[in-house]
Design a protein around this ligand. Sequence first.
Ligand code: AMP
Ligand code: MG
Length: 424
Amino acid sequence: MADIWSVDEHLADVLRAVRPLEPIELPLLDAAGCVLTEDVIVPAPLPPFDNSSMDGYAVRAADVEGATHALPSVLSVVADIAAGSGDLPTLFPGQAARIMTGAPLPPGAQAVVPVEWTDGGTGGGPVDSMLAASAARGGGGEVRVFQPVAEGEHIRGRGSDAQAGGVALTAGTLLGPPQIGLLAALGRGTVPVRPRPRAVVLSTGSELAAPGEPLGPGQIHDSNSYMLTAAAQAAGAVAFRGAAVADDAATLRAALEDQLIRADLVVTSGGVSVGAYDVVKEALSGEVDFRRLAMQPGKPQGFGLIGPARTPLFALPGNPVSAYVSFELFVRPALRAMAGHGEGALHRPRVTARLVTDAPLSSPAGRRQFLRGAYEPDDGTVRPVGGPGSHLTAALAAADALIEIPENVTEAAAGAELTVVLLG
Ligand code: AMP
Ligand code: MG
């Protein structure tokens, strides 16, 4: 195994090791945001019956041919058909049925005259709404029609949306709100999808106090586990945050064993460099490969498959910026691959941007640097936010992009064209 791994080698190794999760049948709302694993066939025509696209009158086209304001067609109103009506009268010549949007077209009707083209059954001039005239009436009376309609007009035909036997959605489709709506319209209660991966996030470090707790001497608040849990959620995972684990290998192993039961993937932070208390390394070496990556930040980290289910574990460095950059570059693609997303949807979008900076940026030789930046889509520029220090969480929070400085570049001056990772 290489002594130093490039960013691309490490990513390829991670993506080789992770597998899409086994499909499960989920209720529609639980399936939202998930990837469909089978084609969905249209079981019955959509809409299931011819229905009106307007509030108006269902008529026979010949009955209103040539109708004008001066010479309206006068039809007798034989029924009042609301959406959801089941029993429908047959329309004979000279007859109309008042009909609401979405209501089934009665047999014999060929078109719907919008209420605006009629007197609304008032017997007088046009009205804004039919409600005034005939709400209380189950049909009856007459309607004057002032304009002709063509056969089929203002009718949504059975199957005009989706034909029975057709493919509604193909396997691999990401189920967003419109797809969930279509599935519901087709009458599907559940669908087979890849589940959201369950990610467990654990911080290590005896210096860590929970946010909301006062700090003792030498303590800092645990920010990584919150940041990484939120990042896992944003990547589409169901994320669980464990309490911070003290720097003790046995404690860490016990915490991991507790958590493995509910994890498809584990992320730890801290304890992976070469210090005396680098317990993640101590607790997991053997199963997890600890390596040095040719990148900055994020040089030391571990990746491996642990426990009986060979659960992917990412041991990220403790510095918050290092942990976050590593998550974006390696963990997020892994989570998305497990969720069944295709190759094109694993990674954050990358664009080329022109660097705006007062002083040239320096970057270590042989390492790919990821600086925090603010991207300006209007003119395609990016400017650095804060310095390269991997403890700079305030600058990270002000950034929306990572500026990538390649391994073979040691200085980037204003105007340099650089790849930028958009963090969304
Ligand atoms: P380590 O990799 O454990 O040596 O940690 C490197 C640096 O990151 C140290 O300054 C730690 O205090 C800091 N650090 C580690 N874990 C966290 C955490 N969960 N939240 C905030 N800072 C952390
Ligand atoms: Mg530590």
